[in-house]
Write a protein that binds this ligand. Structure first.
Ligand code: SF4
Length: 276
């Protein structure tokens, strides 16, 4: 295909994907919606699409207590209408009350991100999820219904590629997080996260050493507490647990898994989905 044809096809597609996202919302959303706003690049685009679709909305960010401070500053400066919600306890306190979140056994997305937003009356919610982000998200429908909560989630930019997100931001001169200008940071999520690779943890530790100091202190405290409670730990020390955690190799905390249970009652550690 010639350069000109590639350009024409790309331009046509470009117009198409923005219009498609707007008409998707206009066609499907019925009343006031809640827009879950992380402050990341996908959220910025999604906010603009929602605004252009002219549907009434509430903008909300869930404070996880392990957000990069740059993210909260960015939201406050550029999106003053954004509301903030927060769980009763911090990530640190919940880790002590329960267990450190593991890759396959997480409680934090539900407890810190989703649950605080359940206080809002809006049953229809918009999220900036994209299929390209993970193999699990690749199988997502454009509209998801969560029966237990009666919530319907809409994903208007689900098929967008990363280049489309950046193109839209640049073309519309939208403000974005300065963290993205640093080649080490491609995402704006929680500083401490079981999804972080060893390398990402090293980079984050250098940038936000205070968070890692607290994290390691909390893990030591949690480990001692569990030993005092008579648990048989899989890892012989807090240090070896932390090492395995940083390497994404920690799959359980105790030798006897039948005792594993979330202390938060309704949060099922094994079934947690990032997006409900
Ligand atoms: S992004 Fe990571 S650390 Fe943050 S709530 Fe979700 S799993 Fe937990």
């Amino acid at each position: 295909m010639s350069e000109v044809n590639i350009h024409i096809r790309r331009s046509l597609f470009k117009e198409d994907y923005v219009e498609k996202a707007i008409s998707f919302l206009k066609k499907n959303v019925k009343g006031q919606v809640l827009v879950a706003f992380s402050g990341g690049k996908d959220s910025i685009v999604m906010y603009e699409i929602v605004k252009r679709s002219k549907i009434p909305f509430r903008l909300s960010h869930s404070i996880t207590t392990i957000d990069p401070p740059e993210v909260l500053r960015f939201i406050k400066e550029n999106y003053p209408e954004c509301e903030f919600c927060k769980s009763k306890h911090s990530f640190w306190k919940m880790t002590l009350m329960s267990n450190p979140p593991l890759l396959g056994k997480r409680w934090c997305c539900t407890a810190l991100k989703k649950k605080p937003s359940w206080k809002y009356p809006e049953k229809e919610r918009i999220l900036g999820i994209r299929r390209e982000e993970s193999s699990r998200r690749n199988n997502y429908p454009e509209i998801n219904y969560f029966e237990k909560l009666g919530h319907t989630h809409y994903y208007p930019i689900i098929d967008w590629k990363e280049w489309q997100v950046w193109e839209f931001i640049e073309k519309n001169n939208l403000p974005y997080l300065s963290l993205y200008d640093d080649e080490n940071f491609s995402r704006s999520g929680c500083i401490i996260c079981p999804f972080n690779s060893f390398k990402i943890n090293q980079i984050n530790k250098e940038k936000w050493p205070g968070y890692y100091k607290i994290w390691e202190k909390i893990v030591y405290k949690w480990y001692l507490k569990r030993v005092e409670q008579g648990r048989t730990m899989v890892y012989p020390s807090a240090e070896t647990f932390l090492q395995a955690w940083y390497n994404q190799e920690a799959t359980k905390w105790y030798e006897k898994d039948q005792k594993e249970r979330s202390l938060f009652g309704d949060l099922d550690l094994k079934k947690e989905s990032r997006d409900a």
